[in-house]
Design a protein around this ligand. Structure first.
Ligand code: ADP
Length: 486
């Protein structure tokens, strides 16, 4: 692997530093985790999950059909009625703490599997996904016996059975985001990971078994969109928590219209990352890179639209290009890797289509000169310079390492441009002036706004969007509410 330092003119390279895989225990076939046991699917069908970096098959997982969903929901209902609802909150908390502790104990294994199944760099899964997943369980364990205190005089009560459907970009972390608050509030769960990345959720099922959670409190089933649709449609499900595409979010909303099922939807995004001329430019460049290129742009809150104040545009673009040239695209299990594999062939095809669309729209395309591996699904970090509001690459979510760059002159102009989009999940602001930050945070229609940093997460801080980015909040005290009735 080779990289050139274009800032200093040095030509240097890192030695490969691959993370070991020999400690990973993967079965060749995984069944459905229902009622505390791994059980064969009624469908009798299994499908393969692949390593997108090598295109190797990692394991086969069960494909749950409507009957399997029915069995999983029945297990969750039985556990809710007979055990979980009645259990003192402080006892529930102990189980949730236990899950957090075992995630920590098995962190290395989980991180490696996450990178193998999803393609994300090991640095990301090791230093962010897995520790943050454990932190979510710790955090919500703490709330379990304090709900009366969290919502004084409102007598919060659990809803019942939560159907939780998650995407492929943060498989374990999304499972934690969903399961931890549901359990803390006294609900039971049927969770479905994405079909591309089921393995860490199945490992979590093993952890849940190891923690001796009462049977049926958490059920983890695997399958495709039809499995998710059967979960949404099930009459005994009380709450739907979905993270994924806006298109599927709309389908879910239609499916539950007229029912009394509660829902939270965390959907797409197209975040504006705004750099003013008084910003610390080097830090901003680092924040831009972190916001869109790390994790292959597979982040719904990725800072995929860069707005730079005109007077510093040349400097920012030049520094950004130089920094991009130092990014290493390659083996997700190598600790030096900045940008791993694109999650699937379909996703890579979609990104490549957008690269064609942007070029046809007449935008200047910049890609780094780094070589990318021949096998596996990879995309070089890419800029579209000179973009305009009307460009499709500006308006539509690409979900890849592709950044559009627009310039602006005034605050009013950038607020209008940043908000002129169907999405409203997140945004970033880079400036020396606190007053400018406060001005923007009140006017940008985005659920999360970072100032002089980007993509920072904490279990105590709520996350969620406006407009077509969905509704409801996950994380923090707010994240308890969607699982409660008052
Ligand atoms: P992405 O584009 O991020 O893959 P999707 O919205 O297609 O997002 O998928 C997110 C999750 O939703 C996955 O677990 C997927 O299997 C599930 N899913 C897909 N279609 C449906 C549907 N019609 N109803 C419920 N879940 C679905």
């Amino acid at each position: 692997m080779k990289t050139e330092d274009t800032i200093t003119g040095f030509d240097w390279k890192y030695s490969a530093a691959p993370e070991a895989k020999d400690h990973i225990k993967l079965k060749s076939q995984y069944d459905l985790f229902i009622n505390g046991n791994f059980v064969k699917p009624n469908s009798k069908k299994y499908f393969a999950t692949y390593n997108p970096a090598t295109e190797e098959k990692l394991a086969e997982v069960a494909q749950a059909n409507a009957k399997d969903v029915d069995i999983a929901v029945a297990a969750a209902k039985n556990a809710y009625d007979k055990v979980w609802k009645k259990m003192p909150a402080k006892e529930r908390a102990k189980y949730i703490f236990r899950i957090a502790r075992v995630i920590q104990e098995r962190a290395r294994e989980l991180a490696v599997i996450e990178s193998m199944d999803g393609g994300k760099p090991i640095r990301e899964s090791r230093d962010f996904d897995v520790p943050t997943a454990a932190n979510h369980f710790f955090y919500y364990a703490g709330w379990a016996d304090k709900l009366e205190y969290a919502f004084p005089n409102r007598h919060p009560q659990s809803l019942g059975i939560a159907a939780q459907i998650i995407p492929w970009n943060f498989p374990l972390l999304m499972a934690a985001w969903k399961i931890a608050p549901a359990l803390a509030t006294g609900n039971t769960v049927v969770l479905k990971p994405a079909e591309n990345t089921p393995l860490t959720a199945l490992k979590l099922a093993e952890i849940i078994q190891e923690c001796e959670l009462p049977a049926g409190v958490v059920n983890i089933i695997t399958g495709f969109g039809d499995t998710g649709a059967a979960m949404v449609a099930h009459p005994n499900v009380n709450k739907i928590a979905f993270t994924g595409s806006t298109d599927v979010g709309k389908i879910i909303q239609k499916a539950i219209a007229g029912t009394n099922k509660k829902a939270t939807l965390e959907l797409g995004g197209k975040a504006a990352n705004i750099v003013f001329d008084d910003a610390p430019i080097n830090q901003a460049v680092e924040g831009i890179v972190n916001g869109i290129f790390f994790n292959q742009g597979h982040v719904c809150c990725a800072g995929s639209r860069l707005f730079v104040q005109e007077s510093v545009a040349t400097e920012v673009i030049q520094k950004l290009k130089a920094r991009m040239e130092t990014l290493i695209v390659g083996d997700p299990l190598d600790k030096n890797t900045d940008i791993g594999a694109i999650n699937s062939k379909e996703q890579l095809d979609k990104i490549n289509d957008y690269l064609k669309i942007g070029s046809k729209e007449g935008l200047e395309l910049f890609q780094t000169s780094a070589a990318i591996p021949k096998k596996g699904f990879y995309c070089k970090p890419t800029l579209f310079i000179g973009a305009a509001q009307s460009n499709r690459v500006v308006q539509e979510e690409i979900f890849g390492p592709v950044l559009t760059i627009q310039t602006f002159r005034t605050i009013e102009e950038v607020i209008e441009k940043a908000n002129n989009i169907p999405y409203g999940l997140s945004a970033g602001v880079w400036t020396d002036k606190g007053s400018k930050i406060f001005n923007l945070t009140s006017k940008l229609r985005a659920g999360v706004i970072w100032a002089n940093t980007y993509n920072k997460f904490d279990p105590s801080s709520p996350f969620g969007g406006y407009k077509e980015s969905g509704f409801g909040r996950e994380g923090g005290l707010h994240g308890l509410m969607p699982y409660l009735k008052f």
